[in-house]
Write a protein that binds this ligand. Structure first.
Ligand code: ADP
Ligand code: MG
Length: 248
């Protein structure tokens, strides 16, 4: 028992909480199942790795700031299958579009699950070890403006570097020159390097009118939408999950 106490103290000093936590159970298991030393040690190391991966995953989820998390476990793929093909949503859930450095655009009326899909994809991306930022477009633009006023660029840099940038509810209101410039720099930096996932209540062809200058607007649209994976749902085709009284 004395060397177990010593071992526990050392695991604490070495900052190996996963091993520390599972040590008593693994010792019992080794005795009960006659594990050899190699197996026993390998299991303990595995426990440490699992705990670290789990902690990192939780940290990435927290940093993504989903506020209310959504996952594909709670997504009814059949509900809007005619307008938002389940096959395509399942493909998005693999996050392969990120490896292909492709943007994703989901446009359509309210309540059809655009934000749910965007958050769920973000969740999957975190699960796969990626950093994610999730923001409503209006909030993102405001926060970028505010930090610029304070001569900071923390969020701006994060938006450039994060593995996946999710911008929810894009194209709601007109953008001024400053907002357009910040967003353009982010979009341009990410183009061909890191994916952006956009949702909007309006189809991309309507976005042009939100930019102050049609030339910059055109360049922005081109960078955001060309070569992207698009799911554009017409108002008549998408059923609102909310309206059908399915949400609690
Ligand atoms: P949108 O962003 O298109 O306006 P949301 O994703 O916010 O719609 O969906 C509205 C509500 O309905 C949310 O609570 C969401 O979780 C739920 N919801 C939408 N579609 C589905 C679906 N197919 N399966 C489960 N829940 C859904
Ligand atoms: Mg939404």
């Amino acid at each position: 028992m004395e060397h177990q106490n010593q071992l526990e103290a050392n695991l604490r000093r070495l900052k190996l909480p996963g091993m520390l936590f599972s040590l008593p159970a693994r010792i019992r298991e080794a005795q009960d199942s006659n594990l050899d030393y190699g197996e026993f040690f390998s299991l303990l190391v595995q426990d440490e790795l699992c705990q670290r991966e789990n902690n990192n995953f939780k940290k990435r989820l927290k940093e993504a700031r989903f506020i209310q998390e959504k996952t594909f476990e709670g997504f009814d793929f059949k509900f809007n299958d005619h307008a938002i093909p389940a096959k395509l949503v399942r493909e998005l859930s693999t996050c392969r579009f990120m490896d292909m450095r492709q943007n994703v655009v989901i446009g359509g009326p309210p309540g059809i699950g655009k934000t749910h899909i965007a958050k769920s994809v973000g969740h999957e991306a975190c699960r796969r070890g990626n950093s994610v930022i999730f923001k409503k477009a209006a909030q993102l633009l405001e926060e970028l403006k505010n930090e610029k006023l304070m001569l900071k660029d923390t969020l701006f840099r994060k938006c450039m570097k994060t593995d996946l940038l999710v911008i929810d509810d894009f194209g709601f209101k007109k953008m001024d020159n400053e907002e357009t410039e910040s967003l353009y720099r982010i979009v341009d930096e990410r183009l061909g390097n890191r994916a952006i996932f956009l949702t909007s209540n309006r189809p991309p062809e309507d976005w042009l009118s939100i930019f102050p200058d049609p030339v910059v607007g055109g360049a922005m649209l081109d960078r955001l939408v060309s070569g992207s994976i698009k799911i554009i749902v017409e108002a008549k085709d998408g059923k609102s999950y909310r309206k059908e009284g399915k949400t609690s």
